[in-house]
Design a protein around this ligand. Sequence first.
Ligand code: TTP
Ligand code: MG
Ligand code: MG
Length: 478
Amino acid sequence: MRTAPTILHLDMDAFFAQAEQASKPSLRGKAVVVGGIGPRGVVATASYEARVFGVHSAMPTAQARRLAPHAAYLTPRGGFYRSISEQVMGLLRQLSPLVEPLSLDEAFVDLEAGGVAWDSASSRLVGVRLRAEIREVTGLTGSVGLAGSKMLAKIASEQAKPDGLVLIEPGTERALLGPMSVRTLPGVGPATGDHLRRAGIATVDEIVEAGEDELVRLLGKAHGHGVYAMALARDDRPVVAEREAKSVSVEDTYDVDIHDRTRIGLEVQRLAERCVRRLRGAHLSGRTIVLKVRRYDFSTLTRSETLRGPTDDVAVVREAAARLLDAVDTTGGVRLLGVGVSGLADYTQEDLFAQAAEAAAAADAAESAETAEVARIVRERAEGGQEAEADRPPGPEGAQPVERRWHPGHDVRHTAYGPGWVQGSGLGRVTVRFETPYSGPGRVRTFRVDDPDLEPAEPLPLVPEPSGGGEAVGRAHA
Ligand code: TTP
Ligand code: MG
Ligand code: MG
């Protein structure tokens, strides 16, 4: 915990949705939902106008449609968001060598290490300027939090939303944190949060009242001490340019090969428990459970399973590891066993994000894939083995297969009408709205899905390039 608020946390506002509104003038000020639009799709994010109806990230899109039937439903343009993210991260790197991205739209920056701020006044000035620069370069708004620690900088940016800046003066942290939910604290994931709630502890103040011994009794030594320290606003985690730990794992080598299947199972359970203790000690949670087995002949194999959400729950990790072991042939004996958790983040929200980013990346890959079959497989993987999504469920009278080329929200170009975006498709037709980031709201026209004059296109940059013309923003598609 520093005595000056020189740790900055930036998070873009309604990132995907805001980028869509900036691209599509007809959607500005309107309810926009970005996500999977098929029957099993999930909302990636919603514009603030759509949040009024209760729509939020990770909600099934079907439910969002009931809450906000008139919103625009768009599929993510992952490459486009990544290119904006690169611009934003570039601006942050001008402030300091210590920039720690947490997701596409979010990062910590150590302003002191960059020599650009040393007290409240200079920190605030950097934050104000940064927001203006982001606006200028990307055309979008982001919110800034400034505080003496990572935990509080992140809380501050949350309070600043949307389109604001909040600075937490050192010395005021405890009073601010007290009434907040325990889930605000890094290291308190869903499982730990439930556990504490069952013990009658819902707020940060209640953690402090319960005392350190009680926390250790409830959560174990490393985790209990850690969470208690955070509750007292004692957070000394440094901003690190690279995420240090990509995974947390433990392993044991055995003097004598183990043959007995029951014993192997017990060892794996024990390793899973140790691994989770480490994970919690480091205030982390993760989505991918990894099992490592080295056999009697030194052949080594790893098996992994990725959960739908992040976990720091020992039962979940134990079960996953056991499932993985079930699929491994241990005849002949094992010399080494290991259990690890990867896909780490110190805030559970980031992990939800990772899921969406992966899905978006896979969808991008799917777009450029050569055959529909490849696209289907990639997409199913991204969606955890669920059925591929269709733009719209095919009509009952078995019309033609749904045209997968025209995703709602994606960019197109018509030889006569120029650039536009797909508003919808189905029954052999595709509806396009012809407008650009720099035009007024545009008009809608309908074409046959196989119209030779209509082609998918690269996104246009939100801020026109000064040279006039030049390359499109969607480099990340390459
Ligand atoms: P967030 O920063 O969590 O959300 P946001 O930027 O949309 O809105 P806020 O103003 O509250 O910050 O996530 C950034 C982007 O990550 C978001 O625009 C879409 C994506 N995302 C998902 O795809 N799935 C998710 O569950 C979450 C939380 C985010
Ligand atoms: Mg955001
Ligand atoms: Mg974010």
